[in-house]
Write a new protein. Structure first.
Length: 121
């Protein structure tokens, strides 16, 4: 079972707040404080450097025999976390390549969509 925790981007203060910040220890207090913001959930996974991966993170994904490498964003889709390299076949189904498999292939976090949007251009 993975740990359930969240973070959120506070646009007015240009600050990424993580659940577990001393005054926001519990999930309940975190959601009460940041409930009007978009919450991003922890995937339960870490990159090759041990950094926690959340929704909205941007990964540098290495090239393999099955896929072109590059910069990809982490999404939540159909009860699971995926990345933007997912190939949609009919707008409903996707390939079987999972985020955990990609992270085992030496992917690493280089930023997130709020603090580093230029990485996706």
């Amino acid at each position: 079972m993975r740990e359930i925790k969240f973070r959120t981007w506070d646009e007015s203060q240009k600050y990424m707040a993580y659940q577990g910040t001393p005054d926001l220890e519990t999930l309940q207090s975190f959601i009460l404080h940041y409930g009007d913001k978009k919450l991003m959930q922890f995937t339960g996974l870490k990159d090759k450097n041990g950094a926690e991966i959340y929704e909205g993170d941007i990964l540098n994904v290495p090239e393999t025999e099955f896929r072109k490498g590059g910069i990809h964003r982490v999404y939540y889709f159909n009860d699971g976390f995926v990345s933007s390299w997912y190939v949609f076949k009919d707008d409903k189904t996707a390939n079987k390549e999972s985020l955990s498999w990609i992270l085992k292939k030496e992917a690493y976090k280089i930023g997130n969509i709020h603090e580093n949007p230029e990485l996706l251009k």
